[in-house]
Design a protein around this ligand. Structure first.
Ligand SMILES: Nc1ncnc2c1ncn2[C@@H]1O[C@H](COP(=O)(O)OP(=O)(O)OP(=O)(O)O)[C@@H](O)[C@H]1O
Ligand SMILES: [Mg+2]
Length: 283
């Protein structure tokens, strides 16, 4: 496949084939936890094309993310990184190609809300916390609650929920700010709170688009620590231009260019790839 020399096409094809299983979930409403991860991959994009007025923002893009993986996506402005996230989350529909969450969930069949409910959380660049509520209340509001269960198991769930909020506060390093209105937090802290709010929903796949944009060096470093902690607990896709940050969290890195995969591999591999240097890193 042109433009994707390091893609493992064989395993991608195998994975795609197994979707012909008639037992696969094809319903519109997908319960959380219904995603089938038996084959190891949490996300498959295959041959995705998205055109805007004839311009191909994504051009036969194929990408596979393993369960538990932290994948960094880099590439020049306009490469299609955000459009890729828009396709995964249902904000934009692909003209051609397929996007599957696990083996069984065809993302093209679900609405944005259904995709979020199925377990894909997305953080946009601008934080959207509830400024007048405290940090604690923001996490509480974000928590997934099933009212029927809650009604019958009120006491146990309350302590369980409290533990979960405490654990998330510690993870996002806002334990000391739990009772402060979110509007008083720094830009970086708001970003962490929003990540915490996503975590309260227990997403299986977390998409972060430019999480350290506008952060101080110290905040950027702490965000790298947070991402490294989250890796393995969740599957993560992180888009960033900040190469110091990417270097701190990189495992496998994918370079997008003109809507396709230009290169994929370790940070070292992509940094030394002549085509990547030409279109992006060498600028
Ligand atoms: N809704 C839209 N209508 C028209 N063109 C669009 C739309 N969304 C994206 N594009 C175009 O598609 C291309 C890819 O944009 P996208 O935002 O995905 O790039 P990106 O890789 O996220 O870039 P950046 O690093 O600047 O965020 C760009 O040329 C952009 O102008
Ligand atoms: Mg973008």
């Amino acid at each position: 496949m042109e433009g994707a020399p390091r893609m493992n096409n064989t395993s991608n094809a195998d994975a795609l084939q197994s979707r012909d299983d008639p037992q696969a979930t094809q319903g519109r409403v997908v319960e959380p936890g219904a995603v089938d991860l038996a084959h190891g991959a949490i996300l498959y994009l295959d041959d995705i094309t998205v055109s805007f007025d004839g311009f191909r923002a994504l051009n036969k893009l194929s990408l596979m993310i393993e369960t538990g993986e932290l994948r960094c996506i880099i590439g020049p402005n306009g490469a299609g990184k955000t459009t890729m996230m828009d396709v995964i989350t249902g904000k934009t529909r692909a003209d051609t190609g397929t996007a599957f969450f696990g083996q069984n969930i065809d993302l093209a069949r679900l609405t944005e809300a259904e995709i979020a409910h199925a377990g894909i959380g997305r953080k946009f660049q601008k934080p959207t916390v509830f400024e007048h509520h405290t940090v604690f209340e923001n996490l509480e509001l974000a928590m997934k609650t099933d009212k029927r269960v809650r009604h019958s198991l009120m006491i146990e769930l309350d302590s369980e929920q409290g533990d979960k909020i405490a654990a998330t506060l510690a993870l996002i390093q806002l334990g000391d700010s739990a009772d402060r209105p979110a509007g008083l937090l720094s830009h970086g802290q708001k970003q962490w709170l929003e990540i915490g709010m996503l975590l309260m929903q227990e997403p299986q796949l977390l998409l972060l688009d430019e999480p350290v944009a506008g952060m101080t060096d110290d905040e950027t470093e702490r965000t790298a620590e947070l991402c490294n902690t989250l890796a393995g607990l969740h599957s993560l896709v992180v888009v960033e231009h900040d190469m110091d940050f990417v270097t701190r969290i990189a495992r496998k890195v994918t370079v997008l260019h003109e809507g396709s995969v230009l290169a994929e591999g370790s940070m070292d591999t992509v940094q030394n790839d002549q085509r990547v240097i030409e279109v992006y890193l060498g600028r």
